[in-house]
Each structure stands twice: as C-alpha cells, then as structure tokens.
Design a protein around this ligand. Structure first.
Ligand SMILES: *Cc1c(COP(=O)(O)O)cnc(C)c1O
Length: 401
C-alpha cells in the first residue's frame, strides 16, 4: 500500500492499493445501484421473461414522470426510438429530414432506414449543437426548392442542450416537427424543462455507456398518447387487433425486454445522483486544467444544466502544439481511455453527396470541434484517484510542450 495525497484543499488523503494504480480507466462504464437484481428477480419470480411485462410498464411510467411527458414507449434501443419517431411522422422515400451533423451515426441511420434523404446542419460554438443560423439557411434553401423537410432531428451533445427556443421558433415557422435526440442528455435541463421534452418527440438511450443503462434499450417520449400507442404497435410487428395474424403495415421487433426494463428502473432511481457525480467529474477537470488556457471545455449555455455525460474539451491550436491524438496516445499508454469527438456526419462516406449547411464561412464549426476535441473519462463511478491520473498525464504533456 502506498499513500497518495489528494484534494489538498480538503487536507484529506486516501490509501491507494497497487491494484487500483494499474486499473484501466474507462471513458464511461456502467454504474450499478445494487437495486437492479431486485427488479430482475421480480421478473423471474413472475416469469415475465418477455418483451412486455410489469417492469416495462413501470419503467415507461417512471421515466415519463421523471422527464415530465405524458408517456413513454420502452424500446430495444435509442436508434429504434428515432426510427419509430420518423415512422410516426410518416416519413418515407422522397422525404427530407434535417439532422445535426456533429453526432453519433445512430442519430441519422434511421433516416436512411425510411428511405428519406438526410440534410446535415452545422453546430454553433456556444453549445456545440445545431446552429439556428445554419438551420435557417437550410430551410430557406429547401423552401426555394419547394422541398421542405418533414422533420428536424436536434441532438443534445454530451449532455448539453441545444438552443431549443431559437431552433423551435424556426421549425414552427415552417410547421415542421422536431425530434429531440436526448440519448446523451437524460437529466439535463433547458430553461427548467428536461432535455428531450421540448420537441414533438424525444428519445433516450440506455446503452451501456450512457448516463444510466439497461445494458441496452431506449425510450420514445411524447405528450401524444395515441402516437406512443402506435409506436408500441409498430414496435411489436404491427399486429392488427384480430383473432388471427393480420397485418396491414410494416412493423419491427423493437420492444424492450421486461428483464432489462428492471435494470432501467433501478438505474432511474439514481439518475439525479449520477448527474451530480458527472458534473463533479467535470468540475474536477475544470479545476485541474484551470491554468491551461489552451484547454476549453464544452460551454454550458446560460439557463441550461448539462448532465456532463462526457467532459469534452477542444485545444486552441494558437496556444499549444498538442493535438487530441498526442493526448489520446499518452493517456492510452497509462491505460486510460479517451475518445475523439464525433466525426461530423457530413464528412462520412455513408452520407456522400448529401447537403450540408454551415454556420459561417470558412471551416465548419462541427469540423473544427472534431479536429481539436477530446472526450475524457467521465464515468459517475470514477474515483478521485483515477481522475488525478488523467489530470497528471495531460498536465505533464503541457509541461513538456
Ligand atoms: C447512443 C446514442 C444514440 C443511440 O442509442 P442506442 O441506444 O445505442 O441505439 C443515438 N444518438 C446519440 C447522440 C447517441 O449518443
């Protein structure tokens, strides 16, 4: 055993075993509450080992109550939730859907599932999310062509809410519904409202790396209960009510398992603690790097509250010769996982030939954030010591450069 002082301002110290010293630090690992097994046992004892059951119903109710929507539909993934939202808006071949460019590919893949054409919108600097200026340009161009989008998918990146008022005002002007991809922003707020509840539909993800997890899974939320009922119908093979097998439209096998919904329920009990813990992780990084002006963390817009799902910064190339790649390699050498920022979708081979609307002239804001950005380990179960290791490696690089 070796003693390492931490948080000197608190004059505390902790014992670090040599085992912990070598432990791998993950970007965002599952953080169990201990109550998960209780709900899983209930599912087993009642033999509800099925894609429906009491845990699914309760999880839908509890999540909707938490975010403040009328209801929710528990699904097999966040991607499935986006796909069903597009189906509910009757989007298909020949239609157009606007989507944030700086995001995970799962935000836009469902557009391709429907046969519609994605159009990508750049970010702005204050939230890193969809730029109202770029969105306005895209609408003006689409209007001129007489081909408006049938939906706009707005992503709330790394927990930070987009400028929803501005974006909603533009979409309302054109009477186009918004799907809020809040896969990364469960527990975040926009002007007092929960992220994911401002558009017509919101989606959450419970994948293993998200702020809470059901190992996998997703939720579609809305205030329109008929739409949610339709989502459950489409998500369970679109079986028409009939005494025999009858179908009139395409369905999917998208419902959440009752066992996994049990994990989700226990996780949801801890959401506010998880948000606080992730924000604390961010605060320690911000404190640790406060003397390095080249490091700029993702801003938190006024009147918003980010869950800080990941602590992400960009490097100012005018102030340092360090790059995200150099820092990522140095961290990896210490068995610390870090990741690049999402590679904008307008740059992907998959979406070659699609339209893109930039925020300003010159390099797109999303391209710039990608080129200079790095995501640090941010799990709510990270120890202070693990975080110290990260900070020391990064600080050490700045001393050498
Ligand atoms: C994780 C994620 C998704 C997809 O969620 P899954 O549950 O993994 O399908 C969609 N959008 C964003 C922005 C995500 O981070």
């Amino acid at each position: 055993m070796k003693i390492l002082p931490i948080e000197q301002n608190k004059q505390t110290s902790i014992f670090i075993s040599s085992v912990e010293k070598k432990e791998r630090v993950f970007l965002s690992s599952p953080h169990m509450t201990g109550n998960e097994m209780k709900y899983i046992h209930e599912a087993f004892e009642t033999n509800w080992i099925a894609p429906i059951g009491p845990n699914v119903d309760k999880f839908e109710e509890e999540l909707a109550a938490y975010v403040g929507t009328t209801g929710g539909a528990a699904l097999s993934s966040g991607t499935a939730a986006i796909h069903l939202a597009l189906r509910l808006l009757e989007i298909g071949s020949g239609d157009r859907v606007f989507c944030s460019s700086l995001t995970f590919v799962a935000s836009a893949n469902p557009i391709l599932y429907t046969g519609a054409e994605p159009v990508f919108i750049d970010s702005e600097e204050e939230t890193w999310n969809m730029s109202p200026i770029a969105l306005r340009k895209a609408f003006a161009a689409a209007d001129k062509e007489g081909h408006l989008p049938k939906a706009v998918i707005v992503v709330n990146l790394y927990g930070q809410s987009a400028k929803m008022d501005e974006l909603m005002a533009i979409c309302n002007e054109y009477n186009v519904p918004v799907i809020e991809d809040a896969a990364e922003s469960l527990g975040s707020l926009y002007k007092g409202r929960k992220s994911g509840t401002i558009g017509e539909f919101g989606i959450y993800s419970f994948n293993g790396n998200k702020i809470i997890t059901a190992s996998s899974g997703g939720m579609l939320v809305a205030n329109d209960l008929n739409a949610l009922e339709k989502a459950r119908f489409l998500g369970s093979q679109a079986k028409d009510p009939a005494p025999y097998y009858k179908h009139h439209e395409v369905g999917y096998n998208y419902r959440m398992s009752n066992v996994l919904a049990g994990i989700g329920r226990a996780q949801l009990e801890a959401i506010d603690d998880r948000v606080k813990a992730r924000r604390k992780v961010y605060e320690r990084y911000a404190e640790g790097f406060k003397d390095i002006p080249a490091i700029r963390f993702q801003p938190e817009l006024e009147e918003t509250y980010s869950n800080r799902w990941l602590s992400v910064f960009t490097l100012d190339p005018e102030l340092t010769s360090l790059t995200p790649e150099i820092i990522k390699s140095a961290l990896e050498a210490e068995s610390i996982e870090s990741r690049n920022v999402w590679n904008p979708l307008h740059q992907q081979e998959l979406f070659k030939g699609t339209q893109f609307f930039a925020h300003g002239d010159g390099e797109a804001v999303s391209d710039n954030i990608f080129r200079h950005g790095l995501c640090l380990p941010s799990g709510s179960n990270m120890t202070v010591y693990q975080q110290m290791r990260v900070i020391e490696v990064v600080k050490g690089l700045f001393l050498q450069h």
